[in-house]
Design a protein around this ligand. Structure first.
Ligand SMILES: O=P(O)(O)OC[C@H]1O[C@](O)(COP(=O)(O)O)[C@@H](O)[C@@H]1O
Ligand SMILES: [Mn+2]
Length: 651
C-alpha cells in the first residue's frame, strides 16, 4: 500500500485533525507510563491450584504492594488477612461470615473495603484510566472508578463516605469486595508468558487451560508435553497412546475421563481381559498414592501396561515409515528374545523385568492385534471429537508458538540444538537442513499443518508425525535429550541404558558467546537481552542455580510438578519483569488452597535474584512502545496530509 492510500485508510478512524491529534496525545502519554509487569512461568504440569495461587498473589508482588501501602500502619495479622481477601475474596468472605458476629462483620467489611480501595488505587497507578476501566466488571466500573480516584481528596471525603454507606446499605459489599480483589490481581500482572508444559503429571491441566482462556493477556511457548497433546487432539495414534500412558502412570485416568470426557471403557475392557492374570507390577502409579481403592489401582496397572505396549508398537511403525527421523535405535520390540525374556541392545543382552507380552507376535512385533486396533479406533475418535479438548488446543495454536522474542527476552521451552563447539546444529527436516531459528520455524510450520491441513492429506500426516518427533527426538529443540528412554525405564534394570543425555546446549549456556549468538539469532539484543527456558528441573537442593551466564539466561523449571519436587527441592520458579528490573522468585511447596484461605499462610516465596535497572523502564522502552511510536509517526503524517489538503477532513 502506498503512503497516501495507507493514510486514507487511517483517516477512516481519525477523520480530522483534532481526532488524530487527540490520539497522538493519548499515545504519547502511554509511552511515559511505567512498563507493565510481565510474569513468566513454565512446567505447570497440571498443578492447577498452585498455578492459580501464584497468579492470584502475583508471585509475592501483592504482599509487596500491601507493605508499600500500609507499611507499619497494619499489623502482620491484618496484612495477611487483607492478602487472603485479595487472593480468594469469595471464599475468604464466606469464612469471615462464619467466624464473626454481625457487628464484627460489619466493621470488617467497612475496613476491608477501604483497604482494598487503597490497594486498587496503588495497583492502578501504572495504567491509563481507560485501561483500568476496561479491567473492571461493567456493572461496577463507574462506582469503582469514583472510589479509586476520589478517595484521599480532601474536599471529597464526605462524598466518598456516602458512597461506602450506600454500598453497605444496599447489600452490594460482597460483590464489590470480590470485584476489587480480582481487579487488584489483574492489575498486578499485566502480561503472562507460559513457557510450556502445561500438560501431564498433575491432575488439572484442563483447568489451567480454562483459566488461561479467561486470562486478559498472555502468550504460550509450547512444551514437549503440550505438543504431545496437540498431536493427540489431531488424532495421532502414537501421541494419543503416550498421553493415555502418562495419565495412567500418574493415576489421572479419571481426569482424562471427567475433565475431557475421553471414553476409556474399550481400553479398560481390553486390559482386564488381555492382562487378566498379569499383575503388571512394573506399571504401578508413579509417586506416593494412597492405595485406598486397590481394585481401581489394579485396573489402572493393567490399562497402563496395555497402552504402553500399544505405544511402543505405534512408535515402531512410525519410526519405520519415517526413516528420515533417524530413530532406528529406538526400535526395540524386534530386539527382544520372547522365549528367553531378554533384549539385545548394541550387542549386549539384558534381562527384561517383565517379559509377558501376550499381544506381541515376535515375527511381527509392531503390529497391533485386532483388539488393540479396536481400542485405538475408539481412542482416536474420542480425542478428535472431544469439544473441550479441541477448544483448548485451538487456543494453544492461537496464543502459542514454538518460541517468542518479547522485549529483548527470547522465550522457548527446551533449547537450541548445538554442536560441541557451540555452533547451531544442522538438522534435516523433510529433506532440507535447518539450524537455530530456522529449525524452530520449519517445525512450527509442520505442527500447524498437522492440525489444520485437510484430513488424510500427506501434509497433515507428516505434520502429526513431526509433533511426535518434537516430543522425543534428539534433534527436537523442545526435547533436547539424546533419546526418550521410556521402554528402558520400564523394562530394563540398567542405569546406563535408562540415561537420557542432555543436548550440548545445557553444558554451554554458561558461555557468553553462545548466549550472544542465540539472542542475536532470535532477533534480541545480544548484549542486553535474556533467554528464558523451562523443561529441565533445576536441582536447587544440590546447589544448582536457575541463573546461568551471570543472569543472561534463566531456567525456570523449579518443579511445579509435585513428582519433581524431590529432585528440585523447591516448588517452582516464576520470573517477574517490571519497570524496576527482573526478579526471580522461588516458591516453596503449597499445601492447599483451603489451608491458604483458612490459615492465611501464603506460599513462601523468596526473591533469588533482583536485577535493578538504573532508570525505571517505561512503555516507550518496550516492543509495544516501539509500535506506539510508529503509530504516532503515522498519525503525524495524517495530520500533515490534512493540513496540506491531500486528504479532506470530515466532521
Ligand atoms: O518422570 P516421568 O514422568 O516418568 O517422565 C520421564 C520422562 O519425561 C521426560 O523427562 C520428558 O518430560 P519433561 O519435558 O517434563 O522433562 C523424558 O525425558 C523422560 O523419559
Ligand atoms: Mn518439557
Amino acid at each position: 500500500m502506498n503512503d497516501l492510500k495507507y493514510l486514507k485508510e487511517l483517516s477512516k478512524q481519525y477523520p480530522n485533525i483534532s481526532a488524530a491529534s487527540a490520539e497522538i496525545i493519548n499515545l504519547q502519554a502511554i509511552l511515559n507510563l511505567p512498563k507493565g509487569t510481565e510474569h513468566f512461568v513454565s512446567d505447570l504440569h497440571g498443578e492447577y491450584e498452585k498455578f492459580s495461587h501464584i497468579l492470584r498473589n502475583g508471585s509475592g508482588a501483592i504482599r509487596g504492594k500491601i507493605d508499600d501501602q500500609f507499611g507499619n500502619i497494619l499489623s502482620m495479622k491484618e496484612k495477611k488477612n487483607l492478602a487472603s481477601v485479595i487472593y480468594y475474596p469469595e471464599q475468604k468472605m464466606d469464612l469471615m461470615e462464619e467466624d464473626l458476629t454481625e457487628e464484627e462483620l460489619d466493621s470488617w467489611y467497612r475496613t476491608t473495603l477501604i483497604r482494598l480501595i487503597l490497594m486498587a488505587k496503588l495497583a492502578a497507578s501504572k495504567y491509563t484510566r481507560s485501561k483500568v476501566r476496561k479491567a473492571m466488571p461493567p456493572v461496577f466500573a463507574y462506582i469503582m472508578e469514583e472510589l479509586i480516584t476520589e478517595h484521599g481528596m480532601l474536599d471529597k471525603d464526605e462524598y466518598f463516605d456516602q458512597i461506602i454507606e450506600t454500598i453497605l446499605k444496599t447489600g452490594q459489599v460482597r460483590e464489590l469486595i470480590a470485584a476489587l480483589g480480582h481487579l487488584i490481581q489483574r492489575l498486578t500482572i499485566d502480561h503472562l508468558h507460559v513457557i510450556g508444559d502445561i500438560y501431564d503429571r498433575g491432575p488439572g491441566a484442563h483447568r489451567i487451560m480454562d483459566c488461561l482462556m479467561d486470562y486478559h493477556s498472555l502468550d504460550i511457548q509450547w512444551g514437549n508435553h503440550d505438543i504431545l497433546w496437540m498431536g493427540a487432539a489431531a488424532g495421532h495414534g502414537a501421541c494419543i497412546a503416550n498421553v493415555v500412558r502418562i495419565s495412567a502412570r500418574y493415576n489421572n485416568l479419571d481426569t482424562l475421563e471427567n475433565g475431557y470426557g475421553i471414553n476409556l471403557i474399550p481400553l479398560a475392557r481390553f486390559a482386564l481381559d488381555c492382562y487378566k492374570d498379569d499383575q503388571c507390577e512394573l506399571f504401578r502409579v508413579s509417586g506416593d498414592v494412597q492405595e485406598e481403592d486397590v481394585r481401581e489401582l489394579d485396573l489402572n496397572k493393567k490399562m497402563h501396561k496395555a497402552i504402553a505396549v500399544i505405544q511402543f508398537k505405534l512408535e515402531g511403525q512410525l519410526i519405520k515409515r519415517r526413516p528420515d527421523f533417524g530413530m532406528d535405535d529406538r526400535l526395540l520390540l524386534d530386539k527382544i528374545d520372547y522365549d528367553k525374556g531378554t533384549i539385545c541392545i548394541q550387542g549386549t543382552e539384558y534381562p527384561l523385568k517383565d517379559a509377558l507380552f501376550p499381544t506381541i507376535d515376535p515375527k511381527n512385533p509392531y503390529q497391533l492385534t485386532k483388539e488393540e486396533e479396536y481400542v485405538m479406533e475408539h481412542l482416536v475418535t474420542s480425542f478428535k471429537y472431544c469439544a473441550h479438548l479441541q477448544e483448548h488446543v485451538r487456543f494453544l495454536f492461537s496464543k502459542g508458538s514454538m518460541y517468542l522474542t518479547y522485549n529483548d527476552m527470547v522465550l522457548y521451552h527446551g533449547c537450541v540444538p548445538l554442536n560441541a563447539d557451540g555452533s547451531f546444529r544442522q538438522v534435516k527436516v523433510n529433506g532440507k537442513k535447518y539450524a537455530g531459528k530456522a529449525l524452530y520455524d520449519v517445525l512450527e510450520h509442520h505442527v500447524r499443518q498437522g492440525y489444520f491441513e485437510q484430513e488424510n492429506s500427506s501434509k497433515r500426516k507428516y505434520g502429526q508425525d513431526i509433533m511426535w518427533y518434537i516430543w522425543s527426538n534428539e534433534n527436537s529443540p523442545v526435547y533436547g535429550k539424546d533419546k526418550m528412554a521410556t521402554f528402558e525405564r520400564y523394562f530394563v534394570d540398567d542405569a546406563d541404558l535408562k540415561k537420557e543425555t542432555k543436548d550440548y546446549y545445557y553444558h554451554l549456556i554458561e558461555e557468553e558467546a553462545v548466549l550472544y549468538q542465540i539472542l542475536e539469532e532470535f532477533d534480541a539484543d545480544g548484549t542486553k537481552g535474556h533467554v528464558v527456558n523451562g523443561h529441565m528441573p533445576v536441582a536447587v537442593k544440590d546447589g544448582e542455580s536457575p541463573i546461568k551466564c551471570k543472569g543472561k539466561l534463566f531456567i525456570i523449571d523449579g518443579g511445579f510438578s509435585k513428582a519433581y519436587q524431590k529432585k528440585t527441592g523447591i516448588a517452582g520458579y516464576t520470573l517477574v519483569s517490571n519497570s524496576y528490573g527482573i526478579k526471580l522468585v522461588a516458591h516453596e511447596p503449597f499445601k492447599s488452597r483451603d489451608v491458604v484461605i483458612r490459615e492465611e499462610t501464603d506460599i513462601h516465596s523468596d526473591t533469588v535474584l533482583s536485577k535493578k535497572v538504573t532508570r525505571r523502564k517505561r512503555v516507550g522502552d518496550t516492543d509495544n512502545g516501539r509500535r506506539i511510536k510508529e503509530s504516532i509517526k503515522d498519525l503525524g503524517c495524517l495530520v500533515t496530509a490534512y493540513r496540506k489538503g491531500e486528504i479532506s477532513e470530515r466532521i
